[in-house]
Design a protein around this ligand. Structure first.
Ligand code: SF4
Ligand code: SF4
Length: 379
């Protein structure tokens, strides 16, 4: 299973779609729906032996260091990694990449995957994440490759549709092609920043975004197939994940795994469904001191996903968004239209992909991937 450990609530970035939006939305009404608990300390402060005892009961555990920015607590990360020495535990991290150069080589090479937040080219990334971020992060990534980091580096993109006067973010094909051309990232996934804040919904703005985004998705699929013709299956996770399900007729549950294959451990040891539900008691599933990994409460998605004919391929997009329902129904439906468009466009390409597999240009195994390690898969 996947265990996000929240190392700190502090971050050394002030990104537009995270810090800035959260600073503008203190009254989204959720305090009437759920019970909040802000008692956890700012930084990770659980007895490491207790975490260890809990996680080692899991037969295939993966720890994902998470924050805020987890590398602000590098010393504690090192202590946790040391405590799991000679065990079956694997390590991943979700980071903004600004402090990657500070990880000693000995620890760096213990990570099997590092997910790095980056939104596309220099202009896009710096617009969202602050001037100089793109260069800093890329320099760090080149450095860790030089330090012989052989694990997977995943670009974790956020598409934040903003009013037109600011910036058009629908060009997912251009941005992903750019990131993949850098020869730094092994894979990429993205999430549309939609349905996470109450006040950012605007029917017309989102419709305008979705129209261009859908077109861009089709272009990206064409690129994906053209690369396959050259023998390369690019690890564009939303495509790989959905293709795999269609090809093998597999039903999926929520693709991020939140609340059944993946949980988050708060700075004081509570276990919750996903890192962003870290202070809502309604989503607490246990505590590292007295819970067993296989016996944690599971929290499934609810309506409208449970009535949706795409549920077996979509999985429900995001548990938080499904439960919070911060956008009105028509807004949720607009988001779902983009999901359905993606699934249907991919279906159209299946015969061509099957042909390439049959011809031996690519292999079925090129589409295998580790599930539930963090990427949302459904944007
Ligand atoms: S398409 Fe929308 S309603 Fe359907 S399962 Fe996905 S998120 Fe839920
Ligand atoms: S998709 Fe939603 S529920 Fe899943 S990990 Fe991300 S924020 Fe949490």
């Amino acid at each position: 299973m996947f265990w996000h450990i929240l190392m700190t609530e502090i971050c050394n970035s002030e990104c537009k779609y995270c810090y800035e939006k959260s600073m503008q939305e203190f009254d989204n009404g959720l305090e009437k729906k759920w019970k909040f608990d802000f008692s956890a300390p700012r930084d990770f402060s659980v007895d490491i032996e207790k975490i260890k005892k809990f996680i080692l009961q899991d037969k295939d555990p993966v720890i994902i260091f998470y924050g805020g920015e987890p590398l602000l607590q590098l010393e504690k990360i090192k202590q946790i990694m040391d405590s799991f020495k000679n065990t079956k535990v694997k390590f991943c991290m979700q980071t903004n990449g600004k402090l990657l150069d500070k990880i000693p080589e000995k620890y760096l090479n213990k990570f099997s995957k590092i997910l790095v937040s980056i939104d596309g080219d220099r202009q896009r990334t710096d617009f969202n994440r602050g001037k100089g971020t793109y260069d800093l992060v890329l320099n760090n990534l080149k450095l860790i490759r030089k330090d012989n980091f052989h694990g997977e580096i995943v670009a974790r993109m956020c598409l934040s549709p903003l009013p037109k006067r600011q910036i058009d973010v629908s060009d997912i094909d251009k941005q992903i092609k750019h990131l993949l051309s850098l020869n730094v990232f092994d894979s990429v996934h993205w999430q549309i920043d939609a349905g996470f804040y109450k006040k950012d919904y605007n029917k017309k703005d989102f419709a305008d975004f979705a129209k261009k985004y859908d077109r861009s998705l089709s272009n990206l699929l064409d690129f994906w197939i053209s690369e396959m013709k050259e023998g390369k299956v690019r690890r564009i996770y939303p495509f790989v994940g959905i293709f795999e399900s269609i090809y093998y007729s597999k039903k999926t549950k929520l693709r991020c795994g939140a609340g059944f294959e993946g949980y988050a451990i708060t700075t004081d040891g509570k276990i919750t469904t996903c890192p962003i539900m870290n202070n809502i008691t309604d989503f607490y599933c246990g505590h590292v001191e007295d819970s067993t990994p296989t016996k944690l409460k599971q929290i499934p998605v609810e309506s409208p996903c449970t009535e949706c004919s795409y549920l077996n391929l979509c999985g429900g997009r995001c548990l938080y968004s499904n439960k919070a329902k911060l956008w009105p129904e028509e807004g949720q439906a607009q988001i779902c239209e983009t999901v359905i468009f993606l699934i249907e466009e991919l279906k159209k390409r299946i015969p061509e992909i099957k042909k390439l597999i049959k011809e031996g240009k690519i292999k079925e195994s090129d589409f295998e991937y580790q599930k539930y390690f963090g990427p949302e898969i459904i944007p």
